[in-house]
Design a protein around this ligand. Structure first.
Ligand code: NAD
Length: 365
């Protein structure tokens, strides 16, 4: 079969090194000749940020970080950056923190050095997101792509195991959704599958020993590949569902992604058997034997004691019709299985109660 596609590779410097974040950040500030640095980190991330920024001169610290970046918080951060003539942002934290840095970069063009402390992966995408009036808006703009990413596994050991698992599965969702997203191509699919392999191997290692730096670093490596694949392939059905659940009903980001992933895979896998087989190999090789992709994922969830019920995070039965209506407005036409009110209602109802998904179970045409 011949190939025909249009693939864009985003330009970004990526630095890996256990225990090297401080040195790498100082090097980036010097290399860019930045003199008025704004550090964004939430109060919970402040101690990590102080360590990471110990060798640089910081003009202003900003810590008013809220998940899904409410527009008002973005405006406040932009005003502070303007008052201080900021010429570089260093973000130290999870997806919410880099999300706020991106919101500032979107309107000011100030470059970002991102130092991730979760596996959300936002640092490797040119996607921004903001929330207003119960609606999350996302967009793509190269100005928000961090110029440099500094990965250091020591910064993630303080992430509690349950959050590490949810965040790692959020990352795995980037991989899986990239396989059939609107701009999926052989390059981003290859990145996605290698990311899935790395994450499926790393996460059980983190559960076994949260201080295992090799497992933590493998998770960061997988998370980076996942995010690059996602940025290239675009948002598939999984992401559209999670944006609605997070933006409209304020469900927590990582846990919501972790839960929804298995149901979207079960819906779509029968329509893309070749890709699902490659995903099963990526996931199954980590589990030591062969399974379908859906089975391999179910086993991984058991091994990780992963979050399984949206009901535990605030999705009541009463909210499902509104969620379905909102997702139907944005569901990608390219989804391997046509998305209908009926199959979406089944998917969300099952994800709410946590019934174990089986590939093919949810196909309602
Ligand atoms: P988060 O950034 O909200 O972090 C979750 C919690 O963990 C916070 O309380 C944070 O302070 C804490 N935390 C972070 N690192 C820690 C550490 N090392 N030790 C202890 N605590 C730590 O959650 P998240 O899942 O990383 O990010 C979610 C946000 O990122 C959402 O708003 C989502 O939309 C966005 N996101 C955007 C993209 C994109 O491409 N634009 C991709 C992924 C996620």
């Amino acid at each position: 079969m011949t190939m025909s596609f249009d693939h864009i590779t985003l330009g970004q410097r990526v630095l890996f090194g256990v225990g090297q974040a401080r040195k790498h950040v100082a090097g980036e500030v010097a290399r860019r000749g930045a003199g008025r640095v704004m550090v964004i980190a939430s109060p919970r991330e402040h101690e990590l940020a102080e360590g990471v920024c110990a060798q640089i001169s910081v003009r202003v610290w900003f810590d008013d970080v809220v998940q899904h970046v409410p527009v008002g918080k973005a405006e406040a951060a932009r005003a502070v950056a303007g008052e201080h003539g900021v010429d570089l942002i260093v973000s130290v934290g999870g997806g919410s923190t880099v999300g706020l840095a991106k919101a500032v970069a979107l309107t000011t063009g100030i470059p970002i050095v991102a130092v991730p402390t979760t596996y959300a992966g936002s640092e490797a995408t040119n996607v921004w997101g903001m929330t207003e009036n119960r609606t999350k808006t996302t967009g793509v703009d190269d100005r928000v792509l961090p110029a440099t990413v500094v990965y250091d596994a020591t910064l993630t050991t303080s992430l509690p195991v349950d959050l590490s698992v949810a965040s790692g599965l959020n990352s795995l969702a980037h991989c899986v959704d990239s396989l059939w997203a609107p701009r999926a191509d052989p390059i981003n699919q290859a990145l996605a599958l290698e990311g899935a392999r790395a994450l499926a191997r790393a996460l059980p290692g983190i559960v076994a020993d949260p201080d295992d730096l090799q497992a933590r670093e493998q998770a960061l490596y997988g998370c980076y590949l996942a995010a690059v694949a996602f940025a290239s392939a675009g948002s598939g059905l999984h992401h559209k569902i999670c944006h609605v659940l997070g933006g409209t009903f304020d469900l927590p980001h990582a846990e919501t992604h972790a839960i929804v992933l298995r149901y979207v895979l079960a819906l779509n896998a029968p329509a893309v058997p070749e890709l699902a087989g490659r995903l099963a190999t990526a996931l199954g090789s980590a589990m030591g034997s062969e399974h379908t992709a859906a089975d391999a994922l179910n086993r991984l969830y058991e091994a990780l004691d992963a979050p399984r019920r949206l009901a535990d995070y605030g999705l009541t039965e009463r909210l499902i019709p509104e969620a379905v209506a909102r997702v139907l407005e944005v569901a990608p036409p390219s989804n391997p299985i046509p998305v209908t009110r009926a199959n979406l209602t089944t998917l969300l109802s099952d994800a709410r109660t946590g019934v174990t998904p089986t590939a093919g179970l949810h196909i309602v045409r």
